[in-house]
Design a protein around this ligand. Sequence first.
Ligand SMILES: Cc1cc2nc3c(=O)[nH]c(=O)nc-3n(C[C@H](O)[C@H](O)[C@H](O)COP(=O)(O)O)c2cc1C
Length: 349
Amino acid sequence: MISRAAVSVLTPALRLLDAETAHRLALAALRHGLVRAAPYRDDTALQVRALGALFPNPIGLAAGFDKNAVAVLPLMRLGFGYIEAGTVTPRPQPGNPRPRLFRLPAAQAVINRLGFNNEGVEAFRARLPALAARQCPFGVNVGINKDGADPERDYPALVAALTPFADYITINVSSPNTPGLRDLQSEARLSAILSAVKAMVPVRPPILVKIAPDLSDAGLETVVETAVIHSAAGLIIGNTTIARPGDLSGANAKQAGGLSGAPLFARSTEMLARAHRLAAGRLTLIGCGGIRTGGDVLTKIRSGASLVQLYTAFAYSGPALIPRLKQELLQALQAEGFANVSEAWGTAA
Ligand SMILES: Cc1cc2nc3c(=O)[nH]c(=O)nc-3n(C[C@H](O)[C@H](O)[C@H](O)COP(=O)(O)O)c2cc1C
């Protein structure tokens, strides 16, 4: 068994490998029990009740890290408040040709154009009964295949297949790497998908819609109203961006794909705050994009997020990130005079 401290030491070594190989090795180490954290209980000030569940802390792992749900329990043991696995599609698919994952270390960012490489819903679902004894909530993120997709057929079928196993299900209509996917954020397409889900799966866990940080103001307003009308429980704001900040530099800055990490923080947080004002309590919002510190977590919560999630900072910092973020969050809450996470919710939106 390798301790968490040892893995933190190993994380820089993983950085010398190409990004996708490093990710594969990290996942394999988790899956085979090589990374373990000492069990501990989170401070009750971090607890959040949302989406009909109790989250020990608000910091989740975003979709894309464990696309095939192979390491959910070991990831939970690292101290996340919840894990979102996927994106899973109806059929297995290889994704785009490699290389397709690029680090931009100076910017603490990543560009990916993986294209929903995954083993398909059948293999994914076969792993889920083992999660019945999980220690925190489990979300599933669903998407459509690149070829032969029919969103109004495929999303409901995925929701039906995964309903018995998930605490919430995210409809992903915002990856930039599946042609046409982001068009499903329009009023007509999203309404059709959400109504089909409702009609075909009357009893289901809370449904979230994950949106792109590139949506216009009008686009965001449409998504908020469409989600409310069709009984979605909330939004994840948001996915990676196709925008490139002017000061993004480095060998990989011009790669095609979705940009994640630090450069996404300001835009995604601004959009979150706007969604909070528009939704006026009718939706549960999950803040995602560029979180690196406990202070960042608190900023998202104050901007209207009930929960947050992250990917890129975890890829750079490894498992030691999670206890650090929780410690920093507790300190930030205290410094700003909040007794707990819930008290801070929406106070800066
Ligand atoms: C390598 C990589 C793969 C990703 N794959 C998915 C995915 O399959 N589904 C999804 O909804 N989001 C995916 N994302 C987006 C993340 O879930 C998250 O929304 C985004 O990276 C912003 O958060 P961050 O700045 O903390 O990374 C991926 C991100 C990265 C970096």
